[in-house]
Structure formats: C-alpha cells, structure tokens
Design a protein around this ligand. Structure first.
Ligand code: AFP
Length: 366
C-alpha cells in the first residue's frame, strides 16, 4: 500500500480514510509534526543556537527547566492552538491545562504532551524526544481538568519524536506502530519503518541500577537473574543499557526488542514511580502494545490505570512481551508470598567460598 516515498500526510490519508474523525485527527498530527520539525531545528543547533542551559524558573513540578523545555513547549502550543482541532492542551511544563485563546475555534481533541523528554541530556548532546497523546473531548466547550483524566485505553492516537542522529516520528492511530524519518532537505517525514513489531523475547534490559537498594523484591529478583546470566536461573547472558532518556530507550526496544524498567521504588515513598502517566507512560504504552509488546506497572496494564491527577506518576515496565510477563509473574508471586528469593549462582557452584576450597587455599599458602 505504501510506496518508497510515502510522506506522513499520504500515510495518514490512507490510514484514516475510514476513521470517523480521520480528517481532523490527521490534520492535528500534521500540526504536531510541524512542531517536531521546529524542535528538531533547535536541538540540532546545540550550543550554536544559544538554546542550551537552564532557565531561572522551575516548572510546575519544581524541576529545573532547560531553555529547550520552554521553547519546545511553546513550539507545540503555537503549532496546535490555532487550527480549531483541539479543545485544550496539557503539558508537563504547565501546572494547569492550556486554554485555547478566545480568537481560535476549539475542536474535539485534547492534546497531552511532554515537550522535551530526557531534557537533562540536552547539554551533553544525548538524544531527547517529544511525547504526545491525543484524547477525545465530548464537545467543543472549554475542557475541565477532569476531561483530561482519561485512562490510556481511550487514547485516539499517540506518538513520540526522537531527536537523534536522525529525527524520527513514531506514531499510532490504533492500527499498528509506524516510524517516519525526517528528510531535512525537503522537510518531509518519510515512512521508513512501517508496522513495527517488538520481538517477544529479549536479552537486553534497561534500568537505573543506582536505585537498586530501593527496589521491590520482584524487580531485584528479575534484575539479579539477568545479571547472573548463563550461570543462573535464566541460562543465558543479558546485556544492559541506560540512556536516561525514555524516548531513546523505547525507540531501541521498538527497533530490536528489550525491556525498560522505571519501577516503583522506596526512594521517595510519596512517588509511586518517576514517569508520568498521562504524557509519558500512556502514549508510549499505546505504541508498545500496537507493536505487539506489553506495558505494565508490574501489577497491571498501564493503559488501564485510572488517572487521579494530571501529573501523576506510575511505575513503568515495558517492552518484549515474554520478559514483561515474567516480571509481572514475579510481582504476583511476591504479593501472594510464594516467590523464591534470588540466590546468587556464586553459592550454587564450587567456589572459593566453600570450606573445602578455603582449606586447600590455606594449604597452598602454607
Ligand atoms: P528528564 O526529562 O528530567 O531528563 O527525565 C527523563 C526521564 O523522565 C526519562 O526520560 C528517563 O528514562 C528517566 O527520567 C531517567 O531517570 P534517571 O535520571 O533517574 O536515570
């Protein structure tokens, strides 16, 4: 169905031909893509653009704001507020939802987004991204805060941009997950990765192991088994990655499989996880599921989590189906009190720690 040079617009026309809201949804996604091109241009300038570094103010979460956080937020709003397609927008960078100015018509969608995910990496030139989620709005009235609090399974579309060596846009409208690469010379997104499919198995895991002492036992059990490799329970070696930019981790998983974990930990009991439900976990969860993977809190499907607050956090474990199912099983066994704690293989085989080995060792040393 797709020629070698299918543009984003042509793809959306094809995909949304039968969709009841296809024309408006396609137009909104084109507006989001326009914002992505503007952000790509800014991130590509690096230090030459004067966009690096932090700004004085902190965002609504009290987090340091990078100049690019603010500029990316403005780019999405300016690109999407005027087209009569959205009734309102919500951003990680704004405490309350953004009201569409009176001079613009409101539409029937809500756009929820993280304008620059991984922004702590902007000054060290590591890939960052923009994540977005599209929800329906009952009417063209100004939305209340509650109108945004819809669980992830109600998303109409979701996607992310990754600003890496190439700028890519990865999105779904509920019919698979598809990747587009920005042709900078022409300014078009070209379909380069149709129908992405995550391998069910993987030997690559991503987690910030500096938080290990705060993990729940099922997470520690899973990670320790991966680290034990072929000498342990899993019987094969694993590889680890941590980029500290979720979009880059998720993109790798969509390209070659893997499991990404930012689980609930006891580092800050007030926070059930680090990642945000509405504009990080939900859109990425839809993309992962549409590509045949799983997106879980460890104890349930992310897309089934009922939102209570706009900026609420949630544990995130996502990627290759078999590995996510395994860690969900470990959570269930732990909660039921039937789990088997991890035992290092160092204590399963003859090792320098056994008494007879120590005796021989002592003899050798006279
Ligand atoms: P920033 O947007 O503040 O850089 O946070 C990025 C992020 O939300 C997510 O993209 C990373 O996977 C995660 O945080 C990295 O967290 P650590 O800094 O704890 O590794």
């Amino acid at each position: 169905m797709y020629s070698g040079r299918t543009t984003l617009s042509k793809f959306l026309i094809e995909q949304l031909r039968e969709h009841p809201e296809g024309a408006d949804l396609g137009a909104l996604l084109v507006d989001v893509a326009a914002a992505v091109k503007a952000i790509a241009a800014m991130t590509a300038k690096g230090a030459l653009g004067g966009f690096l570094g932090a700004v004085e103010q902190r965002n609504s979460q009290g987090e340091t704001q990078k100049k690019l956080d603010v500029l990316a937020n403005e780019a999405v709003i300016q690109s999407c507020e005027w087209g009569g397609l959205v009734a309102g927008m919500a951003s990680e960078e704004l405490e309350a939802p953004y009201e569409i100015p009176a001079e613009f018509r409101r539409g029937r969608f809500l756009l929820v987004f993280d304008p620059l995910d991984g922004s702590s990496n902007t000054d060290v030139n590591v890939s960052v991204g923009t994540i977005f989620s599209v929800l329906r709005h009952a009417d063209a009235q100004a939305p209340t805060l509650d109108a945004f609090l819809q669980q992830g399974s109600r998303q109409v579309a979701a996607g992310y941009a990754i600003y890496g060596p190439a700028t890519m846009l990865v999105l779904t409208v509920g019919r698979g997950t598809h990747g587009f690469t920005l042709d900078r010379e022409v300014g078009n997104f070209i379909l380069t990765h149709p129908d992405l499919a995550i391998p069910e198995e993987t030997s690559e895991f991503a987690i910030n192991t500096s938080n290990e002492r705060w993990w729940e036992p099922p997470v520690a059990r899973y990670v320790n088994e991966c680290k034990a490799g072929k000498s342990g329970e899993r019987g094969r070696d694993f590889n680890m990655r941590w980029i500290a930019s979720m979009v880059a981790e998720v993109h790798r998983i969509l390209m070659r499989g893997g499991i990404f974990m930012y689980p609930r930990d006891r580092k800050d009991p007030a926070k059930p996880g680090r990642l945000r439900l509405m504009y990080e976990a939900n859109p990425v969860g839809m993309l992962i599921e549409q590509a045949g993977g799983r997106a879980s809190t460890g104890r349930g499907r992310i897309l089934d989590v009922p939102p209570a607050e706009l900026h609420q956090r949630v544990p995130v474990i996502l990627g290759s189906r078999c590995e996510v199912e395994r860690i969900e099983r470990y959570h269930a066994e732990f909660d039921a009190g039937t789990d088997r704690p991890f035992v290092s293989p160092l204590f399963n085989e003859r090792s320098l720690f056994r008494p007879e080995a120590l005796a021989v060792n002592a003899g050798l040393n006279g």
